[in-house]
Design a protein around this ligand. Structure first.
Ligand SMILES: Nc1ncnc2c1ncn2[C@@H]1O[C@H](COP(=O)(O)OP(=O)(O)OP(=O)(O)O)[C@@H](O)[C@H]1O
Length: 355
């Protein structure tokens, strides 16, 4: 448990709000305060700044954000491992502050760092977890066998976990999280550090799980592609707040049209003629120029390309390349967070280094 101070108690979650949602969090605030005096940031780090989410049962809900956005802190609060300074949260209908034991029974947690005992075998790790939840005898053996089979670990079940590959260890972590048949499974960045093959296998596994037994999965990720592929709904988190939420298609659909990227054969001396020329093309808007790169949105990108090339030609600019892309989650992030995902990632890395 963390040692930071709690400035105000969590308020109870209203019952009617809890009923329908598998996870319901309102206005979570959390500040990590430095332990000693004379630290660089005496005011502490505000990891959550009024974060709210509501997750309906049976879906994969993605919490997407760059490093340092507050995803793990949210998971810690929802899984009763940390206390919020203020706000309220309920999981599987239980208040995380008032009913932490019930919450813990209802959830499985796969943290960023493996919780498996490296010197025990895969099977023993699963058995131990089951026993912690009161499972015994044939029921436990059947459950462990089924999970070993399902996660393709049956052949390695008798080996010490320290001999497992990264992908096997992650699969074991998920299996451990599922032993006691939780209603809600928390997966905190489940594919970070995995090679592409193991990542694809884990994606397939998560997709399979989501369909099974009405399990609700709350997944945190800083991979745009992962959120796009797996999440039924997602919330984009930036600096401790949800900046926008919806299905990946809804979010991308809000950005009307395609992204058009034109690389000029030479730097354009002045932005205005470029903006003027492209602005005269039907359906083309939001034009920006950085050096040789022109970016714009177009209602129908492919159809606009000939007219765009002609317009640039008229003002004497040659074109080296043109690409047309459907809106991505990165575009959504840029629109709502005001900076690109990769810029946010590098800022948070620098912030982290400065702490
Ligand atoms: N125990 C702690 N003490 C001090 N600051 C912390 C602590 N844990 C997290 N933070 C800071 O709180 C902010 C949110 O961190 P958090 O780990 O929740 O983000 P995240 O989105 O999960 O990022 P990551 O993917 O890197 O884990 C960051 O600035 C982080 O450095």
């Amino acid at each position: 448990m963390n040692s930071e101070t709690r400035t105000a108690p969590l308020s109870a979650v209203p019952d009617q709000a809890v009923g329908a949602a598998a996870v319901h969090a309102v206005d979570l605030v959390k500040t990590y305060r430095p332990k000693g005096r004379g630290k660089a940031r005496p005011e502490g780090v505000r990891a959550l700044d009024g974060l709210s989410i509501s997750v309906e049962p049976g879906i994969v809900f993605g919490l997407l954000g760059p490093n340092g956005a507050g995803k793990s802190t949210t998971v810690k609060i929802l899984t009763t491992l940390a206390a919020a300074d203020s706000g309220s949260a309920a999981v599987a209908g239980f208040d995380v502050r008032r009913e932490p034991d019930k919450v813990r029974r209802a959830i499985g947690v796969v943290a960023q760092k493996s919780g498996a005992d490296p010197v025990a075998t895969g099977r023993d790790n699963l058995v131990l977890q089951g026993r912690l939840y009161g499972m015994r005898g044939a029921e436990l053996t059947r459950r462990v066998d089924a999970l070993l089979e399902r996660f393709d670990l049956a052949d390695a079940a008798g080996r010490q976990v320290k001999t497992y590959s990264g992908g096997m260890l992650r699969r074991l972590d998920v299996a451990i999280g599922l032993v006691h048949r939780p209603q809600v499974l928390f997966l905190d960045e489940p594919t970070t550090g995995l090679d592409p093959e193991a990542r694809t296998a884990m994606w397939e596994e998560i997709e399979r799980l989501a369909g099974a037994e009405g399990l609700t999965i709350l997944l945190t990720t800083h991979y745009l592609e992962e959120a796009d592929k797996l999440a039924t709904r997602l919330a984009i988190v930036d600096r401790g707040r949800v900046v926008v939420q919806g299905t990946p298609d809804e979010l991308k659909g809000e950005l009307r049209g395609d992204a058009l990227a034109v690389e000029l054969s030479a730097d354009a001396a002045d932005e205005l003629p470029v903006i003027g020329a492209l602005g005269s093309v039907d359906g083309v808007r939001d034009i920006t120029l950085h050096g040789r790169r022109v970016a714009a949105r177009a209602d129908d990108g492919a159809a606009a390309v000939p007219a765009v090339l002609a317009a640039l030609d008229r003002i004497g600019l040659g074109v080296a390349a043109v690409t047309v892309a459907r809106p991505s989650l990165d575009d959504v992030y840029l629109r709502y967070a005001g900076r690109s995902f990769s810029a946010a990632e590098s800022t948070s890395v620098l912030e982290g280094a400065g702490r």
